[in-house]
Write a protein that binds this ligand. Sequence first.
Ligand SMILES: Nc1ncnc2c1ncn2[C@@H]1O[C@H](COP(=O)(O)OP(=O)(O)O)[C@@H](O)[C@H]1O
Ligand SMILES: [Mg+2]
Length: 333
Amino acid sequence: MNQALLTRLFKSIEGNESSALVRVAYSIIEEEKKKGHNGVAERLNTILKNNLADNSSSLRPALKVTRITNFKVPLDRRYKLPLASHIEHEGLRHNMILPTDVEDKILRIEKEYFARERLAHHGLRPRKKVLFYGSSGCGKSMAAEKIAWDLALPFYKVRFDTIISSYLGESASNLQRLFESINEFPCVLLLDEFDIIGKQRNIAANDVGEVHRIVNILLGLLEEYNGEGIIIATTNLDGVIDKALFRRFDDFIELPKPTQKEIADLLKLTFSALQLDLKIDLPDFAKAMHGMSYAIVVKVANDAAKKAVINSKDKIELEDLKKSLAENAELNK
Ligand SMILES: Nc1ncnc2c1ncn2[C@@H]1O[C@H](COP(=O)(O)OP(=O)(O)O)[C@@H](O)[C@H]1O
Ligand SMILES: [Mg+2]
């Protein structure tokens, strides 16, 4: 990464010493030192330390990302619809509560990305094809966005609806064009629930072979990909995962349901801007919510918070949180 960009990035980093982004920042400083760029390393270190010391400032500008303007998402030839959709940096979800082992694995992907040039000098390749798997609402798509956020990379999500629905015969070439277009463009490309292609219903019997071919082409493109960015695929755990799938990826990471501690942390995070009724015991609620996905925990918390805001109450009431929990418990069955 060029020095001006690094400096700008570092100026926008906030958080505390233990936050994932700050740890990535320190590993970049180490990288620069190892490359012999001691001056750069020292300057980045000073910027980072100043930022962390100045952590109370709420006026700090948001993370600045260099926008790469000469990249155009290829369009489906027939309907001229984009084959991938872009999410602006500011819109990326990234504030996650994760088990330490998952956080470490995500951090390893990020560190390897930053160290990619040094790895290449040793004939090594960073992890750039990653599979997130786990049950619904446990942060698979969010983790992909978080990686793009942490690395300040543009984020694109493949539009399987456009790719497949346009015209089956063109699906393979759509996929090929999309992969070609991103080959030299550093970005995070998300293949969200990518196994959905193979599970399509309403496919005429004579098209089954064609769908099979498209799945194989996608797997082939994944296997061949050695571009500048990171490809992240996700799949819901609603059946046995085909073991042959795993070998297409450099890393596969399971995103489990939250433990009681993670539920309590997530409730704290979700409620952080609001006051809680003193009678609310979060660890107690976390216990009652055991087995829920992250998404449902957030929904329980948000439902109670919305009620407080709508009724112009200055804090979240115990009764409202209980009600919200009972309502949403239905969803989890
Ligand atoms: N680890 C997490 N930390 C905080 N919130 C989470 C986490 N995982 C999921 N969520 C919440 O659940 C929602 C859905 O997550 P998502 O990544 O879309 O789930 P998945 O792709 O696994 O179905 C997110 O928008 C977020 O509110
Ligand atoms: Mg998802």
